[in-house]
Each structure stands twice: as structure tokens, then as C-alpha cells.
Ligand binder design. Structure first.
Ligand code: F6P
Length: 341
């Protein structure tokens, strides 16, 4: 019997390093066979899988994206569910699954585990929003990319004496904004956890301008002004039914310009934050998750997700990993806010 691997949800630098870690240890130490389901749960539902041997994972640890493809397919949609998954597994000779994904993926994995499907999970979230792990791979890469972009925005902003607004990812939590903004010396960091008034943002921008500097405002896509009920979204819903976010920077820029008289430009980093090669930190973390995930399969730790606690890789039950978001604590925001304005 083979072990199936899938990557599901938004892609994330480090997915390939997880796959490599699983397959290397699984084939060399445990003498197991693997198949890779294509495009996440879609591959499971439709029985679309490829063999995964050692030769297939050579050199992929440093590659961005995922060699298996990904999608936001929910295995319980369109009349599918436990029976479809079971049928595919029997037909392809797959005994258990390693599911690499975020909240939606793990929720589906939890339901399947309850029905007796053997699954081990690996957390994947570029936003770093899963509370049951200290860090998820992909986050460090996103912060590096965002910081480098902001360093560049600052030199052009300084040259033109403009206010620059940099929008980064972060649907429910502002970790990418907080870390990249602190690293780049931002003058305001706007995150989903902290509704803020336009007057406050204008006060920070004005104080920077009065010192003769060009302000940098960092905003997470899920940020709301204190006058907004929901995050800015104008591109419909994704396959999980969530609003497609993006564009709050472009909403804020003209407001800041109108109230400060300072020319203000917005840049949305978007998927650039998710593309390309993972940092060394993310490669190491993702590889360690892969090694731990195959250990968990061999130890039959079904229904558990590998997680990072300090520097140690451990496991948590799916139900304990679900539902709680890793939000930016007030103390971390207050610490950063000392540097605003
Ligand atoms: O959930 C992670 C995330 O990176 C969010 O920050 C963002 O809203 C979303 O994925 C974008 O995903 P997609 O590329 O599927 O629209």
C-alpha cells in the first residue's frame, strides 16, 4: 500500500521541501511507496494521482510553488465525501494521506479522520494564522519579500517626498504586516486585529512629513478602518466562499492624500509574496515538518498535525488545531506602535 500526499489551499514557499522530506525519509528509512494527488483534494475526489519516487523529488527543496499543484477544492462538495475518498484510496492502493494545508484543508481532514480515513496533517499558512503552531513555513519568505519591497518603496518615496502605502497579505491576522513593517521602519502598520481611524493614520503621516521624511504606511489586506464592518473586497468570492481581498491600500491612498496634501501612492504586493524560492529558514522548517509527518504516519498518529513548539517539532490533534487563530497580541502591536509617526 502507498502513502498519498497532497498540497491544498493557497500555495506557499516550502511545500516542495515538505514533500521532499516525506519522500526521502519514507523511501530511504521506512521503505514506503508514495503517490502524489494532483491539485489538493481535487486529485483525491477524481482519482488523479502521480507516482512519487526519490527521482521525482530531487532538487525540489528550494523550488517555490508545489510540484503536485494545489486548489481550494473541498472534498465534501458536489455530493462527494468520505465514500468518494475511500473509493479512490482503495482503487489506487493508498492506505493513508499526508495533507499539507491551512485551516480549510485541516477542517476537511478532520471530518475524514472522524469517518476512519487515516490522515496526518502539515500546517501551511503564509499568514501564520494557525494558533497550534508557533510558525508555519512560507511566512518567513513572505516577510523577506515584503521587507525588500518596502526598502525599495522607501528610496523612491524619499526621492519624491511621497507617502508610500504598501499592502501585504494577511486575511485575519497582521503578522506579515507587523514583521515586514517593523523591519522596514514603517511609520504606521495597519492590521486586521486593530481597527484604526483615518484621523489617526493622517496624524502619523503628518508627523513624519513635518520631520522632512517620506512616510511608509504598511497595511494588511484584511485591515478595516473604524468606519468599516468588513475588509475591502471587490473581486467576488473564492472557492471556499471567502471574499477575495486586496485593494485596501488603493482605498486609503487617495484619502491620505486628500487630508494631508501629500502625494500618496499605493503598491499591492499580492502574490509576489507567495512566489519564488523559500528562505533557508522556511526550507529547514518545511523539511523538518516533512520528516516528522512521515514519522507520524509510521507511528499511526491519525488525526494529528505536526507543529512547531519553540524549536521542537511536536503534534496536535486536528480538533485542537482548528478554530483558534494566531492573532497579533495587543502587546506586540503596542510595542510596534511606539515607532509609528
Ligand atoms: O489565506 C492565505 C492567503 O494568503 C490570504 O492572505 C489571501 O487572502 C489569500 O490567501 C489569497 O488566496 P488566493 O490566491 O487563492 O486568492
Amino acid at each position: 500500500m502507498a502513502i498519498g500526499i497532497l498540497t491544498s489551499g493557497g500555495d506557499c514557499p516550502g511545500l516542495n521541501a515538505v514533500i521532499r522530506g516525506v519522500v526521502l525519509k519514507g523511501t530511504q528509512i521506512y521503505k514506503q511507496e508514495f503517490v502524489g494527488f494532483r491539485d489538493g483534494w481535487r486529485g483525491v475526489v477524481e482519482g488523479d494521482a502521480i507516482p512519487l519516487e526519490r527521482k521525482d523529488i530531487q532538487g525540489i527543496g528550494k523550488q517555490g510553488g508545489t510540484i503536485l499543484g494545489t486548489s481550494r477544492t473541498n472534498p465534501f462538495d458536489n455530493g462527494h465525501g468520505v465514500e468518494t475518498v475511500r473509493e479512490t484510496m482503495q482503487r489506487l492502493g493508498v492506505d493513508s494521506i499526508i495533507a499539507i494545508g491551512g485551516e480549510g484543508t485541516l477542517a476537511a481532514a478532520n471530518r475524514l479522520t472522524d469517518a476512519g480515513i487515516k490522515i496526518v496533517g502539515v500546517p501551511k499558512t503564509i499568514d501564520n494564522d494557525i494558533a497550534a503552531t508557533d510558525y508555519a513555513f512560507g511566512f518567513d519568505t513572505a516577510v523577506e519579500i515584503a521587507t525588500e519591497a518596502m526598502d525599495r518603496l522607501r528610496t523612491t518615496g524619499d526621492s519624491h517626498r511621497r507617502c508610500m502605502v504598501a499592502e501585504v497579505m494577511g486575511r485575519h491576522v497582521g503578522w506579515i504586516a507587523l514583521h515586514s513593517g517593523m523591519a522596514a521602519g514603517a511609520h504606521a502598520i495597519l492590521i486586521p486585529e486593530q481597527k484604526t481611524s483615518l484621523e489617526q493614520i493622517v496624524a502619523w503621516v503628518t508627523s513624519v512629513r513635518e520631520r522632512g521624511r517620506a512616510p511608509l504606511v504598511v497595511v494588511a489586506e484584511g485591515f478595516r478602518l473604524d468606519t468599516m464592518d468588513d475588509p475591502h473586497s471587490e473581486r467576488g468570492l473564492d472557492a471556499f466562499g471567502r471574499p477575495r481581498l486586496g485593494g485596501i491600500g488603493e482605498v486609503l491612498a487617495p484619502k491620505i492624500e486628500a487630508l494631508t496634501g501629500m502625494e500618496t501612492r499605493a503598491t499591492t504586493l499580492g502574490h509576489i509574496q507567495r512566489g519564488g524560492t523559500p528562505t533557508a529558514y522556511d526550507r529547514v522548517l518545511a523539511t523538518r515538518y516533512g520528516l516528522a509527518a512521515i514519522d507520524a504516519v509510521i507511528a499511526e498518529r491519525w488525526g494529528r498535525m505536526v507543529s512547531l513548539s519553540g524549536t521542537t517539532i511536536t503534534h496536535v490533534a486536528f480538533e485542537d488545531a482548528l478554530g483558534e487563530l494566531n492573532t497579533v497580541p495587543q502587546s506586540r502591536y503596542d510595542e510596534a506602535a511606539i515607532l509609528f509617526g
